[in-house]
Every structure is written in C-alpha cells, then in structure tokens.
Design a protein around this ligand. Structure first.
Ligand SMILES: Nc1ncnc2c1ncn2[C@@H]1O[C@H](COP(=O)(O)OP(=O)(O)OP(=O)(O)O)[C@@H](O)[C@H]1O
Length: 337
C-alpha cells in the first residue's frame, strides 16, 4: 500500500516550520457540492520561510489559497495566522473558544482566517496575495497601482473625512510615506523608469513583478503568490527567484507560493507541501520531496501501485535512479503542468 510509507515521512516536530509557524492550516476540507476539492489538509508555513504548495493540475492548490485568503469559506478546518513569535497555544485556543475572529495581546496576535472576510485578512491579518491571472488596474499607471494598495493607511490618516482634500499635515505625511514606499518597491522590481506608464502597457514579466510590488506595499507578514513564474522566460524566472529571496531576507516576509515550475520551486523553497486529489502526499524540504516516490508517481502519472512500491524499496536501498532520479525541473521533465 502506498499509504504505508507514511512512516518514511520526516517526523513532524523536527522541522523549523512546525516549531515556529506563521500560518497553520489545520484539517482543512473544502467541498463544492459533491466534489471534495481539499480533504483534511494540515500543514504549517514557517516564519520567514519560502513554502511551496505544489501538485498536479486540479490537486486543490488554488482552493487552499482561496481559503487562506478568504475568497472561500472552508467547509471545515481552522486556519491560524500568527503575528509575533510568542503566540501561545492558549491564546489560539482562547480566541477559538470565544468565537472571536482574532485576538491581539501586546505584540502577539492570532487571526482565525476561516472566520474573517477577505479584506480583513489583508488589512488586519496582513496576508497579501497575487493571482494566477494578473489583476492589475491596467489603465492606471505603475505608481498609481502601488498607491491604491496603500489606500487603507491613507484613509486612516485623513480620518475618513475631507482631511485629505484640505491637506491635513497627518494626511500629507502619510501620502509622502506612501510615495516613498512605492518608489522603493518600483526600484526593487526594476520598474522605476516605468512609473508613469499604464500598467497594461508593461510586458508580461514586468506586470508579474508589479503585482508582487503592489502586494508588498501593504506590508504583509505572509505573501501568497499564485503561480508567479507562469509565462516567464528563464531570465525572468531567475530574476523572480532573486526578488523572492530578497523579500524574505531583507523584509522577513514569509512566502507561500503555488508554482508549477519545478526549477523555481526546488531552487528557492525551504519547505514544500505536495497535494494530489486534495490530499497531502508529501511534506518536507526540496531534497526529501524531489525523491519521494509518491510525488514522482503523482507527477508522472504512475498508476500501478506496484511500480511505486518497487520505487520505495529501491529508495530505501538508496537507489533514487530507479524512480527517474527524482523530480526534475520543467525543462528537464518536459513540464509538470
Ligand atoms: N468554485 C469552484 N466550484 C466548483 N469546483 C471548483 C471550484 N474551484 C475549484 N473547483 C474544483 O476543485 C478542484 C481543485 O481545483 P483547484 O483549482 O484548487 O486545483 P489546482 O491544484 O489549483 O489546479 P491548477 O494547477 O490547474 O490551477 C478541481 O476539481 C476544480 O474543478
């Protein structure tokens, strides 16, 4: 039985993402009528990690994203976002039992995302996302797209009144800060020279970078990226890797990404969670996942369990070559999608 290999998976608590999780997805289930898109899924996203959610088409990845970011209400399960590194289990349980959407005590905050609306998840829980299909304001300039992302602090500074129009000092200061932040991110993503161009005029790869810059302008603790490398050429993919590593290292932002480009996934991920038919089939670092026969079977469509059994035995004997020497990049394997 394939399931019997569960003992081969890395022991749960030994990983950094289990010891210091910024996000915990717990027993998440999502049904669409009779279709079970996600089934009892649990995994952690480590603070400051780049975590990839991968799996064949239709595995349930985007559904998980939509649950985390509030676009779907899960059928069952809890999704816990933590602010601060000292969030106790008691704080989480107290918030859960009280029926609250979130609870903040000092520098610690717990946010139960399955209870929150999407705008609260972005505004309060500080979870930002990009989409599989780019969703920029095509007619607005690059700079305007970044300023719109900072609408909330600007409204707050104007006291939700005419404070902005009459130029209250607090509002002017907040507006300067927004422009500074926009300039900073345009520089980081190489779009400073295109600040005044309509976003819709940018080449595809630049639009993807602008989406990431826009998400970063909201100051997220967790950045969720849905297929950020889709449609990028190898040079642009490599620039994306550099950008994501910069965001994680310099800003401490945790990143959760869905990606089909195995080159990107294997190069930059600290942690990879693999779904197939809505269930988790593997969870570990890149070295573990790329040689996990269950992952290889799911990607290459090995239907005969005996083949996987044989691969597992060979793997136990240290012979990864029998499974095709592990999961390869899209270029090598001819595309995982
Ligand atoms: N709103 C919806 N209504 C009904 N079924 C849905 C809905 N959203 C997703 N599904 C179904 O749930 C399953 C998982 O879809 P999902 O888009 O999450 O997979 P995925 O892993 O992101 O796939 P891909 O890699 O192709 O984007 C699929 O069978 C899909 O048809």
């Amino acid at each position: 039985m394939i399931g019997d290999n569960k003992t081969a998976a890395p022991a749960a608590l030994q990983h950094s993402w289990d010891q210091d999780a910024v996000l915990s997805v717990e027993h998440l289930t999502m049904r669409f009528g009779g279709l079970l898109a996600v089934n009892d899924l649990s995994f952690n996203v480590g603070r400051g990690d780049i975590t990839a959610l991968i799996g064949p088409n239709g595995a349930g990845k985007t559904t998980v994203f939509n649950c985390v970011t509030g676009f779907y209400k899960p059928t069952e399960g809890r999704i816990v976002m933590r602010h601060g590194d000292k969030v106790s289990d008691k704080l989480i349980e107290d918030a859960t039992d009280s029926g609250e959407q979130f609870r903040v005590e000092g520098s610690s905050g717990v946010f139960l995302l399955e209870r929150m609306q999407d705008f609260q998840i972005s505004h309060r829980a500080k979870v930002a996302r990009t989409f599989q299909n780019i969703r920029l304001f095509a007619g607005m300039t690059v700079l305007e797209n970044l300023l719109v992302a900072q609408h909330n602090p600007l409204m707050l500074a104007s006291n939700y009144t005419l404070g902005g129009l009459i130029g209250l000092p607090g509002y002017r200061h907040a507006r300067e800060k927004s422009i500074e932040k926009s300039v900073y991110w345009m520089e980081q993503v190489g779009l400073i020279d295109r600040a005044d161009d309509p976003a819709g005029d940018l080449p595809y790869g630049a639009q993807r970078r602008l989406e990431i810059a826009r998400a970063m302008c909201t100051g997220p603790h967790l950045l969720c990226l849905d297929e950020p490398a889709a449609g990028l050429n190898p040079r642009e993919s490599s620039e994306l890797n550099t950008l994501l590593q910069f965001i994680r290292k310099e800003h401490g932002t945790s990143i959760l990404l869905i990606e089909h480009d195995m080159g990107v996934v294997m190069e930059i991920s600290d942690h990879i969670v693999v779904l197939d038919y809505g269930e988790k089939i593997s969870d570990g670092d890149a070295a573990f996942v790329r040689n996990d026969p269950r992952v290889i079977a799911a990607y290459l469509g090995v239907e005969d369990e005996e083949e996987v059994e044989a691969a597992l035995e060979d793997d136990a004997n240290g012979d990864a070559a029998s499974t095709g020497a592990g999961l390869k990049s899209n270029d090598e394997a001819g595309g995982a999608k």
